[in-house]
Design a protein around this ligand. Structure first.
Ligand code: PGA
Length: 248
């Protein structure tokens, strides 16, 4: 049995007051059937962490360094995230792969470093539109997963995020997403330390209140990684309600 997970990825948005207000509104509801997680920017992490203390809302980093510590200007270590109360960290988000040079190997190193520091990595995978159109979706995703699986132990989450659906308003159809999620589960069961039936696989890419129900009704979609819609408490809470109602 897999418990639903909905994570808000706030990316590089908002002022400290915006995120405090957003966090407080999200914390007003108590959730039991679904794990709720927030991933603020590192600059806002401490303030968000303070508001979350005493609640069961989880905290995640948006990325972490592949290194332990030292002269790495601008980086955030897994230890620093854990110090601030994070239990999870996103690695391999397509924006990191696309704009900041995170290739498969570096993503795998980050996932490993996270696990060593007792953070659960949320490993993002997904194909570009060009790759999908040329029939390479499965190949690309298996390549991305294979690199990570060579380096990590059990206890990770996967987020399937088709690059063409992120921030575009163009979500994968539930059937398209289900097909990929099912493949990811089978591939993970065969090639990683995870037990396929326990592994949580999130869908991300233009999830909104009006498409969450149909996506979360799919048997292999265990929750969502939410970007734009997580910046509005009402939208985010509606998506959390869909997950609580439809997953498990
Ligand atoms: P989006 O972003 O919901 O704005 O498409 C998802 C993500 O990048 O995780």
């Amino acid at each position: 049995m897999r418990k639903a997970l909905v994570a808000g990825n706030w990316k590089m948005n908002g002022t400290i007051n915006d995120v405090k207000e957003l966090t407080s509104k999200i914390c007003q509801t108590e959730w039991n059937d679904v794990d709720i997680m927030l991933a603020p920017s590192f600059a806002h992490m401490h303030s968000v962490s303070e508001i979350l203390s005493g609640t069961n809302v989880l905290l995640a980093g948006q990325d972490c360094s592949e290194f332990d510590q030292g002269a790495f200007t601008g980086e955030t270590s897994a230890d620093m995230l854990a110090d601030l109360g994070c239990t999870h960290v996103i690695v391999g988000h397509s924006e990191r792969r696309q704009f900041f040079g995170d290739d498969d190997l570096r993503v795998a190193r980050k996932a490993r470093k996270a696990q060593i520091k007792r953070l659960c990595p949320i490993v993002c995978v997904g194909e570009t539109l060009e790759e999908r159109d040329s029939g390479k979706t499965t190949e690309v995703i298996e390549r991305q997963l294979c690199a990570v699986f060579e380096m990590i132990e059990n206890k990770f989450v996967i987020a399937y995020e088709p690059v063409w659906a992120i921030g575009t308003g163009k979500s994968a159809t539930p059937e398209m997403a289900q097909e990929v999620h099912e493949n990811i589960r089978q591939y993970s069961a065969a090639h990683s330390h995870a037990n396929g039936s326990d592994l949580r696989i999130l869908y991300g890419g233009s999830v909104k209140p009006d498409n969450a129900d149909e996506l979360f009704s799919m048997p292999d979609i265990d929750g969502g990684l939410i970007g734009g819609a997580s910046l509005d408490s009402e939208s985010f809470l509606k998506i959390c309600c869909s997950a609580a109602k439809l997953i498990n």
